[in-house]
Design a protein around this ligand. Structure first.
Ligand SMILES: NC(=O)c1ccc[n+]([C@@H]2O[C@H](COP(=O)([O-])OP(=O)(O)OC[C@H]3O[C@@H](n4cnc5c(N)ncnc54)[C@H](OP(=O)(O)O)[C@@H]3O)[C@@H](O)[C@H]2O)c1
Length: 316
């Protein structure tokens, strides 16, 4: 049994969809099982081991949780500066509680983290072993969450990602689409570089970690699942927010998502005047994950096209 925490969020809902498609046994929780409350997590694990939770009379052995996937987090980068205690509770204490319960029930943990653990001053893709140096509260609390997991247990995969967008929830693609439908001119930052990452591609990677463990023998011969630890995953390609906006506009016009002309002008972060410092370089190295999972990573443009073409695309 897989326990998906944060199953209603932007990434979590995509993981949920793919678990269903693969017919993997899973249970999902979101804010009703509060990750900041260790007792709530414990109560939930006890509850799902009782037959009453599953009307289908699932045998007890099949109700045992072998995997925990944590997609829950405090993700509002700007607001985190005003609510550091809440961000800390969700991004640091929450993962600690999840690691403790996972270890106590003998489950492996997949946890999602972020490029914001780095300061963005590099000019080559960040590898997993580079020192963390977060710029603000969101990055600091996410870094603390990683540290808590690493201290608490050994059987974890921490996947850092960046510039995430997907069908459910607020994201840059939806924001741009709405703005481009309501304004004729937009200024977009051109001096922060990264790789837009589609939740659908990341969800597939999360499931592949599980598959490669549970079916390690079939993949590799005996007992050689990917080593536990930190991995980076982003789509391929390095661009600025301005480049991203231009492609959103092009595809939006092509697929009828944007119905009027809009001119897009590049500007600097300083000129844009963002209140919270963000990493100028969010490019993460994909070498470790590509080798460990034997995957070819999708180019950001192809993934963006799939997203904007899909009937699930719904910027509200
Ligand atoms: N979005 C990005 O650009 C981005 C980039 C890099 C990394 N990440 C990481 O990717 C992961 C997924 O991000 P996302 O954008 O999918 O997040 P999201 O849409 O904000 O989803 C987070 C989910 O966690 C739930 N949650 C909040 N407080 C909770 C609590 N106390 N107990 C249990 N669940 C709670 C939220 O419920 P409510 O909505 O009810 O609060 C929401 O459903 C996070 O770890 C994030 O740090 C995101």
């Amino acid at each position: 049994m897989i326990w998906l925490i944060g199953c209603k969020g932007m990434l979590g809902s995509e993981v949920a969809k793919q678990l269903d498609e693969k017919k993997l046994p899973w249970v999902g929780t979101d804010s009703e099982v509060d990750i900041t409350d260790p007792q709530a997590l414990l109560d939930f694990t006890n509850k799902i081991e009782t037959a009453a939770y599953f009307p289908s009379d699932l045998p007890k052995a099949d109700r045992k949780i072998h995997w925990v996937i944590n997609c829950a987090a405090y993700t509002n980068v700007d607001k985190a500066e005003e609510e550091p205690e809440l961000a800390e509770k969700l991004n640091a204490a929450g993962p600690l509680n999840i690691a403790r319960i996972s270890r106590s029930i003998g489950a492996k943990l997949i946890h999602i983290s972020t490029d914001y653990v780095f300061d963005g001053n590099a000019n080559l893709p960040y590898t997993e072993d580079m020192p963390k140096a977060p710029l603000g509260v969101y990055g600091q609390t996410k870094a603390a969450g990683e540290d808590a997991i690493m201290k608490e247990m050994n059987t974890y995969y921490i996947i850092r990602t960046a510039w995430l967008y997907g069908f459910a929830g607020k994201n840059f693609v939806y924001t741009m689409t709405k703005l481009m439908n309501s304004q004729n001119e937009l200024k977009v930052v051109n001096d922060q570089k990264g790789s837009p990452t589609f939740t659908s591609d990341l969800a597939a990677v999360i499931l592949r970690f599980i598959d490669k463990n549970d079916n390690a023998k079939a993949f590799f011969g005996k007992n050689s699942a990917p080593a536990y630890g930190i991995y980076h995953f982003i789509n391929a390609g390095q661009i600025s927010w301005y480049d991203f906006a231009c492609e959103i506009y092009r595809l939006g016009r092509k697929f009828g998502r944007i119905t009027q002309d809009c001119s897009i002008t590049p500007c600097s972060t300083e000129e844009y005047g963002a209140s919270v410092k963000r990493p100028a370089w969010s490019v993460l190295s994909k070498d470790k994950i590509s080798k460990a999972l034997k995957i070819k990573i999708q180019d950001w443009k192809n993934s963006l096209e799939k997203f904007m073409k899909s009937e699930r695309f719904n910027p509200q």
